[in-house]
Design a protein around this ligand. Sequence first.
Ligand code: AMP
Length: 305
Amino acid sequence: MSLLVIGSVAFDAIETPFGKTDKIVGGAATYASLAASYFCDQVKIVAVVGDDFPQSEINDFHNHHIDTKGLQIKKGEKSFFWSGRYHNDMNSRDTLITELNVLGDFDPIIPDSYQDSEFLMLGNLTPQVQQTVIKRLNKRPKLIVMDTMNFWMDIALNDLLETIKLIDVLTINDAEARQLSGEYSLVKAANKILAMGPKYLIIKKGEHGALLFGEGKIFSAPALPLEDVFDPTGAGDTFAGGFIGYMAKVGTVNFTNMKNAIIYGSALASFCVEKFGTEKLKNLTEQEIASRLQQFVSLSKFEII
Ligand code: AMP
């Protein structure tokens, strides 16, 4: 089934305790669409870049069968730029620079050929733009997943609250769940957030995995303990892309499929962090993904005897 992904397509500059990059390609829609492309062969993106964005990177989308008809290229303008520095624990980071550039007045135009998309991934962007995309679709998709971050909770909370009323699955990290709900307990936080509109909530806990809440149930997914984590940037977007890409592949929305989707998303996120930027995510094989999924199964399978 077809999947529409919106979000930033960007340049990032990243500092970790292991190294530093100059401007490399990143962005929420970049990570999410690449991840989804491993499970869904009809991924389409709506995003905006400046004419500083390299054609070779657009070619890489095409190599992954990602439709870029909805990628606007603004002449004479600069792409979104984000820079962050990770702390020693690699779980927390400081944003050093956010230059909105072309994202500042982004008007998400949906090509006609995207109108029949059955799945929608609202990657990290202003909640106002995320909402506009939902409203511009003639038919409501079967599943709408939305990712957001503390930045929008700080500067656009009302828009964010309006937008999450319209979606099915919200993905945020544990600190953001606490900020949005005002509750420390993640169970209480989840109950409050589900009352705000989404049917399901996924709380990402970095190296400690993820929790899925919905239908009165909770599922806890592990994260793979990795020897080396080079760059966690994009792990959340990769997770969300893998999650919805798998849902688009199976087509039926229910808690059981979402449990599997969380493991697929976690497996792809575990690859993402092993190299800087999108490097690892661009060159995975089916075999690598299958064996990583098996590692997830054996990691948490047990019998009480
Ligand atoms: P993640 O590590 O999954 O939270 O996502 C990191 C990606 O989000 C980077 O590649 C950034 O380009 C992108 N990003 C950071 N801040 C924003 C923002 N305010 N709006 C949209 N995308 C952002």
